[in-house]
Design a protein around this ligand. Structure first.
Ligand SMILES: *Cc1c(COP(=O)(O)O)cnc(C)c1O
Length: 524
């Protein structure tokens, strides 16, 4: 059934004023969002593949053909969207989707999205937010409780792990500069680039690129990020970290932050948190845990112990739009000591004057890198009210268990090689039938992936491990079955076989027509 055809049409408004949400237009409001929801429901029902594999130039032509100077009614605009966007959209709920860290979204969160957008609260100040601020603060306290901080913590919702990591590094820099000023009051008067000399961030070679980007943005430069090697299990090698910290201190460098990843993007590896916390403390560095991916384990009583040591952090990044099944964007940074947020506190006369107390006006803006900010916390709140923590935890357990079973299935096949044991819900592997080494299998990866994506039945990712290309499955769909994973592996094997024979034919061809051979023949 096509819902769009069946739904009541809001029709044309008498004037642009008729298109604003206010007490006059609630009927048109209901009809408008009803139409939109109908279109999405239709698209989800009819999505028989995770994506169509449409090419950029095809999609660009569809979008460019729209005449933006000729308005249409909403129904026409939504019908147009079906054609230029939804038809070729990428569907994260589809059992063939196993590419990046995207999740199917929880229905209570989508209901909350309707409230968030309709009310349009801005989280920066109490006078724009009211109860929304209390809901956000309560959820931050709740999250802090899961981390193991019973009181005294604080934090704020952000646009994503990238922003949370940037803010964590900004706080770490603030603390390093404050310490420097205490030791040497003259240093505080130096130009900022000089004050930043010698500051270092220690993180695993597998940590997220947003840490290096943050170093750049904060004026430290990428060279200030020290990549500590990982072991066979892809977790940071703590002995290497400790040795490097000691050596750098002897050279007069200043450790600003130690950054652990709790769930690396490729391998799901959880760095040794307790030992890294100790090393950071010993050398006076801020300890940040990037749990953008692994944070969802906190929702499960069974899996939370995997994050043991996270309570030793000064700050934690959580991405609710990854392992908590929330729509983009929903993320947070939580700090152990609320006072640390004062490192970036700012006041402006028009918004949050310093003379007004938190009791009078509980503002959030001075804790955030954003000013105007969506009430994204409501999505998590509503999901939590309906599913409960254990309900969310069950979904997380579902993908972790699925990945462990997929590891067994993949290992038992004779034609695939897993690069490292599964830790969360990703599998990094190669199509590698007998007689092929890892380097040769690596040369098949791009073509294999291209062939899989072109068929449109499955979306898989690729990555490079120690210079060698690999394929990657990210399992973040609790509704996915083992049969679905096996089906994706079969598609990969088909594509891999085709890539291998194409490559062998190419090599033979190249051998026959190699101009260099010709040259040698001539010389001879
Ligand atoms: C995804 C991810 C990030 C970035 O988060 P965004 O929400 O995409 O900005 C940071 N760190 C890790 C480990 C991630 O997996």
């Amino acid at each position: 059934m096509n819902t769009l055809a069946a739904l009541t049409d809001p029709g044309e408004a008498p004037s642009p004023l008729g298109q604003l949400l206010n007490e006059e237009n609630t009927t048109r409001y209901l009809q408008s969002v009803g139409l939109a929801h109908g279109v999405v429901a239709d698209a989800v029902r009819s999505a028989d593949r995770p994506s169509t594999g449409a090419r950029p130039e095809e999609v660009a032509a569809l979008v460019d053909a729209v005449d933006l100077d000729r308005p249409v009614d909403l129904r026409t605009s939504l019908a147009e969207l079906e054609r230029i966007y939804l038809k070729d959209a990428v569907w994260f709920h589809h059992p063939g989707y196993a590419m990046h860290l995207n999740c199917p979204v929880a229905l209570p969160a989508l209901a909350a999205e309707a409230v968030i957008a309709g009310v349009n609260t801005s989280m920066d100040t109490w006078d724009q937010s009211g109860g929304a601020t209390m809901i956000e603060r309560r959820l931050i306290r709740w999250t802090a409780g899961l981390i193991g901080w019973e009181s005294g913590a604080d934090g704020v919702f952000t646009s994503g792990g990238t922003q949370s990591n940037l803010q964590a590094m900004l706080l770490a820099r603030g603390r390093a500069l404050a310490a420097q000023a205490r030791l040497d009051p003259d240093a505080a008067a130096l130009p900022m680039p000089e004050r930043l000399l010698g500051l270092r961030i220690y993180t695993s070679a597998d940590s997220h690129f947003s840490i290096a980007n943050a170093a750049d943005l904060l004026g430290l430069g990428r060279a200030a990020v020290v990549a500590i090697p990982t072991g066979e299990d892809r977790r940071l090698d703590p002995a290497a970290l400790e040795a490097r910290l000691r050596a750098d201190r002897r050279r007069g460098l200043r450790p600003m932050a130690v950054v652990a990843t709790a769930g690396t993007t490729d391998f799901g590896a959880i760095d040794p948190l307790p030992r890294m916390a100790r090393a950071a403390r010993e050398h006076g560095a801020w300890f940040h845990v990037d749990a953008a991916y692994g944070g969802g384990l906190l929702a499960s009583s069974r899996l939370a112990p995997l994050l043991e040591g996270i309570e030793g952090a000064d700050s934690v990044t959580l991405d609710f739009h990854k392992t908590w099944f929330q729509p983009v964007a929903c993320s947070a940074i939580v700090v152990r000591r609320a006072a640390d947020l004062d490192l970036i506190r700012h006041h402006s006369d028009y918004l949050n004057p310093a003379s007004v107390s938190d009791a009078e006006s509980p503002n959030q803006v001075h804790k955030s890198l954003q000013t105007t900010r969506r009430f994204d916390a409501l999505k998590l709140w509503t999901t939590l009210r309906v599913l409960g923590r254990e309900g969310i935890g069950e979904l997380v357990e579902g993908v972790v268990d699925l990945a462990r079973e997929a590891e067994r299935v993949l290992t038992e096949r004779g034609d695939m090689a897993l690069r490292a044991p599964v830790q969360l819900s990703t599998l990094v592997f190669q199509y590698r039938p007998e007689g092929i080494d890892a380097d040769e299998a690596g040369r098949l990866v791009a073509e294999t992936r291209r062939r899989v994506l072109a068929r449109g039945e499955a979306n898989v990712a690729s990555t490079t491990v120690d210079g060698v290309p690999h394929l990657k499955l990210t399992l973040l769909n609790p509704a996915m079955t083992q049969g679905g994973v096996s089906r994706i592996l079969d598609l990969v094997a088909d594509a891999g076989r085709a890539a291998l024979s194409a490559r062998r034919a190419d090599v033979r061809d190249a051998g026959a027509h190699n101009p260099a051979d010709h040259l040698i023949t001539t010389e001879a």
